[in-house]
Design a protein around this ligand. Structure first.
Ligand code: GCU
Length: 432
């Protein structure tokens, strides 16, 4: 009986909620809060409570039952369905330089073709490996924002010919990258540091998967691969497409004998940090997961009203998530999950969440609390989380299997960040 009334009340909420979504479509102003004293109370869903009210008490129960239930809630309400590996994928290593970066690295460039046709949709992978390596190496992988040639001034990097967002300062003109874009985003990529520490670095341009604008799906994999992957373009969003591409990079790395594919660290900054987390939740081949300033729709809690909101992100970037996510624009409290559960889907794998002190838009405290609230799932596996209840001071990383820092400075991916992630990976891989 109670259950029946519950259902009626629930449906009523939905009616109200759809009505308000309609109203919000014309609303101009989206209220943003960046004042901690104004954060209203909110309730986080408990990842360990099953739909029937029973409690998950073991890692087996989590892995055999609850994990897939939670993953599906994210697919249905936030990111969309994640298709698998295409059947006729193949790789063409089109360039190898064994004497790259002043002899420190091997540079490989690989086209990942998503089907066997001559005009197959593809992505272009750039891979640096430490030349001194005597055995397969662990690798960091992450997508980049403006084309592979922007991550380092190395003139041997293939210049992307894909659509890019215009930015004259970066050498991106008429939606094409010019030679002037070489190395323009290098400050975000500590290539030498990674190589010197004995790791490889794999990256691809996210626009190879889907150009980042509302019509990008028309030329991206959501359209070009829809038949092979048996998925309609509206069943997933751009973040889903980018995340899918990260798994395709992993498919290649598994075939490269110079790579230790059991030791792949997936990372991403900002919107690409969101894609990194969603990729890692779906694909358990990624051994360590690093979210850099991923914010709303990434590591930050969405029910906590601080910084970017669901409504704001869905309005500015209507192509990132599935349509169902827009239902929560005015009512984040009705979302059956929150981002701590996305982080929990990474358990028991090591997870690093990082914020920046001046990046209030990404809600540093919301990222910290999200990591904190993922702890009970890690605890099922006997894994220790942050080890603190309050946010640490700036530049003071905390935690074990879940680690967190808030760096001095702005929304960015800095050398300091890379150094913390390398230390973390060394420790987790027993490399010290
Ligand atoms: C915008 C957006 C964020 C995103 C960021 C980025 O600020 O609102 O959600 O993380 O861009 O990708 O740099």
């Amino acid at each position: 009986m109670l259950y029946k009334y519950g259902l009626i009340a629930y449906s009523f909420c939905f009616v109200l909620f759809f009505a308000s979504v309609q109203m919000s479509a014309s609303a101009q102003d989206i209220l943003i809060n960046q004042d901690e004293s104004k954060v209203p109370p909110y309730i986080l869903p408990d990842p360990l409570v099953r739909a029937d009210g029973k409690r998950i008490t073991s890692s087996q129960q989590w892995l055999q039952y609850q994990r897939s239930v939670m993953l599906k809630l994210f697919a249905d309400n936030v990111y969309g369905r994640m298709p698998g590996k295409p059947k006729n994928m193949w790789f063409k290593v089109y360039s190898i330089d064994s004497n790259a970066l002043q002899g420190k690295a091997i540079r490989k460039q690989v086209t990942i073709f998503f089907n066997s046709t001559a005009s197959a949709p593809s992505m272009d992978l750039l891979l640096y490996l430490p030349r001194s390596a005597k055995k397969p190496v662990p690798v960091f992988i992450g997508l980049n924002f403006y084309g592979n040639q922007t991550i380092h001034a190395d003139s041997g990097i293939h210049l992307s010919t894909r659509w890019v967002m215009n930015d004259e300062k970066l050498g991106l003109v008429n939606n094409v990258a010019t030679g002037a874009s070489r190395g323009k985003d290098a400050s975000k990529w500590a290539v030498e540091e990674v190589i010197n520490r004995g790791y490889g670095l794999a990256t691809a341009y996210y626009g190879d998967l889907e150009p980042d604008h509302p019509d990008g799906w028309k030329t991206g994999v959501r359209t070009t691969m829809k038949r092979e992957l048996s998925i309609n373009e509206n069943e997933w969003g751009a973040i889903g497409a980018w995340a899918w591409g990260l798994s395709r990079i992993m498919d290649y790395l598994e075939t490269d004998a110079a790579v230790d594919a059991k030791k792949v660290v997936i990372t991403g900054h900002s919107r690409l940090g969101k894609a990194c987390l969603w990729a890692a939740a779906n694909d358990q081949r990624f051994a360590i997961v690093v979210s850099n300033n991923s914010g709303e729709g990434g590591a930050a809690l969405s029910k906590r009203w601080f910084g970017e909101t669901i409504e704001k992100i869905n309005t500015s970037f209507p192509h990132w998530f599935v349509a169902a996510y827009k239902q929560y624009n005015k009512h984040p409290e009705l979302l059956p999950v929150d981002q701590h559960i996305l982080l929990a889907l990474i358990a028991p794998r090591p997870l690093y969440v990082a914020s920046a002190a001046e990046d209030l838009w990404a809600d540093p405290k919301g990222e910290f609390l999200s990591a904190k609230n993922a702890e009970p799932v890690y605890a099922l596996f006997g894994k220790r989380g942050l080890g603190v209840t309050e946010m640490p001071a700036v530049d003071q990383p905390v935690g074990e299997t879940i680690r967190y820092h808030i760096r001095t400075g702005k929304h960015d991916f800095t050398l300091y960040d890379w150094q913390q992630y390398l230390d973390f990976a060394d420790k987790q891989f027993g490399k010290e």
